[in-house]
Ligand binder design. Structure first.
Ligand code: 2PG
Ligand code: MG
Length: 422
């Protein structure tokens, strides 16, 4: 049993210079945990709500003072002094206190900050590493370290929108360790920066998550340059290093039409385009290939894409167990992108993880485009035995905090990287 003595909130800035919150939880015995909450840009409609101040005179309405006030006020008043056996106990109390379906009263940012800070405090109180604490929440042993999917090129909402698709990522297939995966990616990233400079005459400007963002003329140009970068780095595309794509197609879709690469396609046309990409490029994972509500075309794509590629749901699923079950029943996807702040508590994210696992799906734990220097995500991905982790590129400290934590966990545990198909 743990007893919360005090909760403190602090408004801090994320990697895009926008406010977010950091919560500190002090337990009666003195153990203290602190955690910071990330924030997305290409958000799904079914995501839980982030509480923002809405005061246009301060941070364009994005301030988090109300969330901080709730941590100090209502949430602390409701929880301080309560005996709590575990994180799920606390999360149930938070869900009941909020009382809405999408955390719109307290805000998913407020709720998640408290949920994570308590987890850290309890792990400290029990003297166990955070990844072990997370593993116990799912009642699974820590089996492996997730294989990173690392941003190479970005477009869409994470860059200037010069090309519609959001991210092209590298997946080091043969790497046996995080160390190896990062060293391989370093070579590919460097080759990509050199090619971008030669071809587009620009230095290596980066997007929100540290991916390179030259002014590609089309998504195909972006994919082809990724393949060329792998080759230039002395690796064989599809053998040593494969590609993953976050199409994020919800964000260039409107009223049944997808506007991409100068084309205007309906859902069937979008399915054909994705199949063509899978055919032409060494793609092993395609995320949000269709819009968040285009369920029939998701199922058609999953049926036709073949077993060598995972169809990964982000905006489609929003880490919600009900939407995952719908996707399992309709055969819309076979991989979950898990972002805890899409649902707001560890408890609900763990349910989502279980729902995906019991359908035989793979799980990719993901950071958000607005991140902080906090590294809890690395512990979560290891603790929940994710197949992959997606935290952005190998630049920018808010990304590297997670990779560096994975390196430390790897050194401490000697665990190997997850295989490509679990
Ligand atoms: C995504 C994420 C991370 P955002 O779409 O997968 O890349 O972006 O946090 O902006 O939703
Ligand atoms: Mg996505």
């Amino acid at each position: 049993m743990s007893r919360i003595e005090r909760l403190e909130g602090l408004e801090i800035l994320d990697s895009r210079g926008r406010p977010t919150i950091r919560v500190t939880c002090v337990l009666a015995g003195g153990a203290t945990g602190t955690a910071s909450v990330p924030s997305g840009a290409s958000t799904g409609t079914a995501e839980a709500l982030e509480l923002r101040d809405g005061d246009a005179r301060r941070y364009a309405g994005l301030g988090c003072r109300r969330a901080v006030g709730l941590v100090h006020g209502e949430v602390q008043a409701a929880l301080a002094g309560r005996e709590l056996a575990s994180g799920p106990d606390l999360d149930r109390a938070l869900i009941a206190l909020d009382g809405t379906a999408n955390k719109s009263r307290l805000g998913a940012n407020t709720v998640l900050g408290v949920s994570l800070a308590f987890a850290r405090a309890q792990a400290i109180e029990r003297g166990i590493p955070l990844y072990r604490y997370f593993a116990e929440l799912l009642d699974r042993p820590v089996a492996s370290i997730p294989r990173p999917m690392i941003n190479l090129f970005s477009g869409g909402k994470h860059a200037g929108g010069q090309v519609e698709i959001q991210d092209v990522l590298v997946v080091p297939l043969l790497a046996g360790s995080v160390d190896d995966a990062l060293a391989t990616t370093f070579d590919v990233y460097r080759a990509a920066a050199e090619l971008s400079a030669a071809r587009y005459g620009m230095r290596a400007l980066t997007a929100d998550e540290g991916g390179l963002a030259p002014p590609f003329g089309s998504p195909e140009e972006m994919l082809a340059l990724a393949v060329e970068s792998i080759r230039r780095a002395g690796r064989e595309p599809g053998v040593d290093v494969a590609l993953a794509v976050d199409v994020a197609s919800t964000h260039f879709h409107s009223r049944g039409r997808y506007c991409v690469g100068g084309r205007e396609l309906d859902g069937a046309g979008m399915v054909e385009l994705i199949l063509e990409w899978i055919d032409r490029y060494p793609i092993v994972s395609v995320e949000d290939p269709l819009a968040e509500d285009d369920w029939p075309h998701w199922s058609e794509l999953r049926r036709r894409a073949g077993a060598s590629v995972r169809v990964l749901g982000d905006d489609l699923l929003c880490t919600r167990p009900d939407r995952i079950r719908q996707a399992v029943e309709s055969g819309a996807a076979d991989a979950l992108l898990l972002k805890v702040n899409q649902v707001g508590t560890l408890l609900e994210a763990a349910d989502a993880c279980r729902a995906a696992r019991s359908a035989g799906w793979s799980v990719t734990v993901s950071a958000r485009s607005g991140e902080t220097e906090d590294d809890w995500l690395a512990d979560l991905a290891v603790g929940w035995s994710a197949d992959h982790i997606k935290v952005g590129s190998i630049t920018q400290s808010e990304r590297l905090a997670k990779y560096n934590r994975l390196l430390a966990i790897e050194a401490e545990t000697g665990l190997g990287l997850a295989g490509m198909r679990g």
